[in-house]
Design a protein around this ligand. Structure first.
Ligand SMILES: [Ca+2]
Ligand SMILES: [Ca+2]
Length: 96
């Protein structure tokens, strides 16, 4: 039996996959970074450590201090990837 939180999580995940199916070939920033302490990932919006859930692609994060921003990379099946923060990528907004 699933809790309400689990059901809510899976619904939001399905919505995200629907969105991603429509925009194949585009990468997205997720709003996380490890600029302050290399290897310590933080959500920008909440200023909270990224601990509870991660979805790194195999071998990621990969490039130490040269890649400090968290993205969804189309080439890695939209798993998490650290990438240079100077890249221009799409972004995903959360509706309050
Ligand atoms: Ca880094
Ligand atoms: Ca990387």
């Amino acid at each position: 039996m699933r809790t309400d939180d689990e059901v809510s999580y899976h619904r939001s995940k399905c919505k995200l996959y629907d969105i991603l199916a429509d925009v194949s070939g585009i990468d997205f920033w997720l709003g996380g970074y490890d600029l302050v302490n290399e290897g310590t990932w933080v959500w920008v919006k909440k200023n909270e450590y990224i601990n509870d859930y991660t979805h790194w692609a195999p071998g990621e994060p990969s490039s130490g201090t040269s890649e400090n921003c968290l993205g969804l990379y189309d080439g890695l099946n939209y798993q998490w990837n650290d990438a240079p923060c100077t890249l221009e990528e799409a972004f995903i907004c959360e509706v309050p």
